[in-house]
Design a protein around this ligand. Structure first.
Ligand code: ADP
Length: 686
């Protein structure tokens, strides 16, 4: 029996949000239909839905999704967020095809879809907006002079912080406008820009609203999303540590007015920017997101409401089941976004195959919204957000503690993530004290990176553990007979095996002798020999030659538990070790083997590799061309972020392995630069 809402709902999305929607559908007894690309045929959202339909042309294909919905007998389509969630053509096509689009009316999406129109509409309804000017009516330079520097240039059709630029003086304006326009045209197909006063030391506070088709509009309080990088949210919480009851009421009323101004129906978010030095300031409207937000779980945890259920009820024509005075905020919730990115490499997107995965369990104030699974391949085709870890507590301090504990239990091996950085951020004294601002991460970046990753090289214990894993694998390959263990054991003598291991930077020699499973010794670099033992955890499911599961590593009598996986990495010889939210990838370095050396990220062989999975946007050199160290060779783009790849040394472009438009994996060879005399460069290897 279902709830009398819909019998079948198609979820037009993938990853964690598709799973999140499916969870509510299941609870309500509604049949769920997933859609998937070919690459996602084995993904979790496909396995957990009641039925799944393949999309031949991908998730953005409006006709394909509508046809899938009709073929599967769905009455409604939930778009999640991203993809088709704010696509008015899709909303209209659903209606034409007799499907209920679980979202606002297309006119409301349109009115809020463009920042310029949205600001005009809400300003007319009496909601304060940031002073500024907008094309085509205003000349941006004149408007900037009028409002005073610094100003912010924004694409009107923008999202995700793309193309937004802060300009501090009039001289910087022409370049910034040209660059923002290029990004806007490439990312959104619309180069229209607006200029706003740059609110100093700002905080981002947004209000969750809910409206039904019967004229009821309420708000569910605020979320503070001030911890951002490149204008992208990383950690969000509810309630805001900044707001008092009176300011909450005023901002809530402004958000409700903004929603009413465009005839809003469904769940939506009204975003405000608040000057950091004026805590009681009710904020300026910046935009409205006409969909569910990534950070909606924190609101759910403090209100006890299921926003997806409410979206479905409203879409089915029901009136809101609660009035404003029924909304109660209880306790505090904080969400951390887990991204496939490497904070230590300038937050470049990463990728790879998930070799081993541990996530905290739902319950006891912890919620995990994740699309991850072992074997999942993370590439550059989709958003790099992998999962969200959310924690609730009776107060802010306990919510932060619970979140940190949950992140400690998060271990993704095979794909580098930002989990260690998230933990460092949560431990920052200002974050702990609720002194937040959108500039905090940038101002504190070096200290946060050092707290998360130390000075570069992994701790000695981790290097020792990796060498023990490699040595153990060698002994396992040789069987249990100690005489067959290659160069690890001889009658009457125990020989040392040296493993050269690199994470970032120079490889470190780690010597091991003996059998790690029984008794061994290990010495890192010039360090002393320590008694060592490796106790394998459950390695079930690992392919031959791979290890996957926990290992216990004992050094001088002290035991630490690591999540462990081997077999991944660009050179196929990487040991992944995870502990307390950290994940280290240690690549075995074989002397003289340039492939391995390059895979370990070491310069010197002239091989130029892609720093991230993405697409080659531009090739700036030709084979045979003379180049100087640092000269741009190519531009690789992922998630609309451009990264310039430069020549590692003076030389000649000996090989050019890619052309513009070509997709590339992380660490794919892009080019080879040789010393000018034609011989390989100074390291001699080739
Ligand atoms: P997008 O749609 O690309 O996400 P938004 O307009 O929502 O763009 O802004 C994203 C972020 O940029 C905000 O959360 C805030 O950190 C910053 N921001 C936006 N407008 C301003 C402003 N006028 N002054 C200062 N910061 C701003």
């Amino acid at each position: 029996m279902n709830s009398g809402l819909f019998e079948t709902v198609l979820v037009a999305n993938r990853g964690e949000i598709a799973l999140r929607v499916i969870r509510t559908l299941r609870r309500l007894g509604i049949r769920s239909v997933a859609v998937h690309s070919d690459a996602d045929a084995g993904a979790r959202h496909v396995r957990e839905a009641d039925a799944a339909v393949r999309l031949a042309s991908g998730y953005l294909d409006v006709e394909g999704v509508v046809a899938a919905a009709r073929a599967s007998g769905a009455q409604a389509v939930h778009p999640g967020y991203g993809f088709l969630a704010e696509n008015t053509a899709f909303a209209r096509r659903c209606a034409e095809a007799g499907l209920v689009f679980v979202g606002p009316p297309p006119e409301a999406i349109e009115a809020m879809g463009d920042k310029i129109r949205a600001k005009a509409a809400v300003e007319a309804a009496g909601v304060p907006v940031v002073p500024g000017g907008a094309e085509p009516g205003d000349d941006l330079a004149e408007a900037a002079a009028r409002i005073g520097f610094p100003v912010l240039i924004k694409p009107s059709a923008g999202g995700g912080g793309k193309g937004m630029l802060v300009v501090r003086s009039a001289d910087g304006l022409p370049d910034a406008i040209a660059s923002a326009r290029r990004t806007a045209e490439a990312a959104f197909g619309d180069g229209t820009l607006l200029v706003e006063r740059y609110v100093g030391d700002p905080r981002h506070i947004e209000i969750q609203v809910l409206a039904d088709a019967h004229g009821n509009v309420i708000h569910l309080g605020e979320r503070e999303c001030s911890l951002q990088r490149r204008h992208q949210k990383i950690i969000e919480e509810a309630p805001s540590p900044l707001l008092d009851e009176e300011t909450r009421r005023r901002m809530g009323a402004a958000a409700v007015s903004a929603a009413r101004a465009v005839g809003y129906v469904g769940a939506g978010t009204v975003e405000f920017i608040v000057p950091g030095d004026q805590p009681g300031h009710p904020g300026y409207f910046i935009e409205m997101n006409t969909r569910l937000q990534v950070e909606h779980p924190v609101t759910e945890m403090v209100t006890g409401l299921d926003l997806v259920e409410l979206q479905l009820r409203v879409a089915a024509g029901e009136p809101l089941p609660l009035a404003q005075e029924d909304v109660r905020l209880r306790g505090h919730a904080v969400e951390a976004r887990v991204y496939a990115e490497d904070p230590a490499r300038d937050f470049l997107p990463t990728g790879g195959r998930v070799l081993a995965l541990a996530e905290p369990r739902d319950g006891d104030g912890v919620r995990v919204d994740s699309g991850l699974f072992e074997g999942a391949v993370v590439g550059s085709d989709y958003d790099p957000m992998l999962s969200k870890v959310i924690a609730w507590g009776p107060d802010r301090a306990s919510a932060l503690r619970t979140l940190d504990a949950a992140l400690r239990e998060t271990s993704v091996l095979g794909v580098t993530t930002n989990v260690a950085f998230l933990r460092a951020l949560l431990a920052d004294p200002d974050v702990a004290a609720g002194r937040l601002g959108t500039g905090l991460i940038d101002q504190r970046l070096d200290a946060l990176l050092t707290a998360a990753y130390g000075t570069g090289a992994p701790p000695d214990e981790v290097l020792a553990a990796a060498a023990l894993v490699l040595q153990d694998r060698l002994s396992a390959d040789a069987g249990d007979d100690p005489w067959e263990v290659p160069d690890g054991w001889r009658v009457g003598e125990a020989a040392w095996t040296t493993w050269l291991l690199a994470a970032r930077g120079e490889p470190v020699p780690v010597r091991v002798r003996g059998l790690p499973g029984r008794a061994a010794e290990v010495a890192v670099g010039d360090g002393p020999a320590r008694a060592a033992r490796l106790t394998p955890g459950d390695a079930a499911g690992a392919a031959p030659g791979e290890r996957r599961g926990d290992v216990l590593v004992t050094l001088d009598g002290v035991t630490a538990r690591y999540a462990c996986a081997t077999g991944g990495g660009p050179a196929g010889s990487t040991v992944w070790l995870g502990r307390e939210g950290h994940a280290w990838a240690l690549t075995r370095h074989v002397p003289g083997d340039t492939g391995d050396r390059a895979a370990a990220g070491l310069a010197g062989d002239g091989v130029v590799r892609s720093p991230m999975p993405g697409t080659v946007l531009l090739v700036k050199v030709t084979p045979g061309e003379k180049v100087t160290e640092g000269q741009p060779l190519l531009i690789v783009e992922a998630m609309k972020m451009e990264h310039t790849v430069t020549a590692p040394a003076d030389g000649v472009v000996a090989e050019l392995s890619v052309r513009a438009g070509q997709p590339v994996d992380m660490d794919a060879v892009l080019a080879v630069v040789r010393a000018p005399d034609g011989s390989p460069d100074e390291t001699g290897g080739s």
